[in-house]
Design a protein. Structure first.
Length: 273
């Protein structure tokens, strides 16, 4: 097995717990770091629920450790950051992780932030890259491998092997705003929102146009609800700053987020859940 024996995941939310589940199911030991003991316990329960629903080997959960102490990451060969899309927060996390596990490969699950910028504060940027997993991680077939300007090419090859061991298909993209997946996905979602805002069609009909007409597994508005409207807004704002006004978030998105309607996680977004 080419997968690391010991993997760290910093952040045990929906994405972090899904990443942990994927590695556990494939045979790795996983340490999940959360901000406090209660959050660590919730992360353990979240991963446990996912493993049970996926009918995983009963031994998989025994290979999981959750903690609030970053120092426990020391034996990890790979540490993946899975905290919210905030560059300053991610930089703080990587400073902690590089100190705690100086020999580990470091990866970010960011969906849009610059890998080169995130690596700027690292002592060993050649051991850093993006590993962008997709929600829900256990059943998603894709991993987007993002190479920074100083990422070791041998590490990219290794990451491609890890993706295959996880049963996923990797694509490799250069560091650029939104990479390939977020840039295309957000572009489609923002236009769908504008169409809804302009009364072109209902949310259901817009989504059906893509699921039946283009064989997308889920329409762009429902996908936004699953990802989180707040997450999509943050990515769109970042892309608008980097790539121009074609990524400017529509008013309907800003209004829904301001009202606390963030999609599936709050029970209301473009759909009622």
């Amino acid at each position: 097995m080419s997968l690391p024996r010991m993997v760290g995941v910093f952040g045990g939310g929906r994405m972090g717990s899904g990443i942990a589940q994927a590695f556990l199911t494939s045979g790795s030991h996983v340490i999940v770091v959360e901000e406090g003991p209660e959050a660590a316990e919730r992360a353990r329960a979240r991963v446990g629920d996912g493993l049970a629903k996926g009918h995983a080997d009963p031994e998989a959960l025994a290979r999981l450790r959750t903690t609030s102490d970053p120092g426990e990451l020391r034996p990890c060969e790979l540490v993946i950051e899975a905290v919210p899309e905030d560059a300053a927060l991610k930089a703080q996390v990587f400073a902690l992780v590089e100190k705690a596990a100086p020999g580990a490969v470091l990866a970010s699950n960011t969906s849009s932030l610059s890998i080169g910028a995130l690596a700027a504060g690292l002592a060993a940027p050649e051991r850093f890259l993006g590993l962008h997993f997709f929600n829900p991680v256990p059943v998603s077939a894709l991993i987007e491998i993002v190479t920074g300007p100083r990422t070791d090419p041998a590490l990219v090859t290794l990451a491609q092997e890890w993706a295959a061991e996880l049963g996923k298909t990797p694509i490799t993209v250069a560091d650029s705003p939104g990479f390939a997946s977020s840039r295309l996905g957000v572009c489609l979602a923002l236009e769908a929102m504008r169409m809804l805002e302009e009364g072109v069609a209902s949310a259901t009909d817009i989504d059906t146009a893509m699921t039946l007409g283009y064989r997308h597994p889920m329409g762009p508005l429902r996908t936004t609800d699953v990802v989180g409207l707040d997450v999509r807004l943050a990515i769109a704002e970042h892309l608008a700053r980097e790539l121009g006004p074609r990524f400017e978030p529509p008013r309907i998105l800003r209004d829904l987020v301001a009202a606390g309607h963030l999609g599936r996680k709050t029970g209301q977004g473009f759909y009622t859940w």
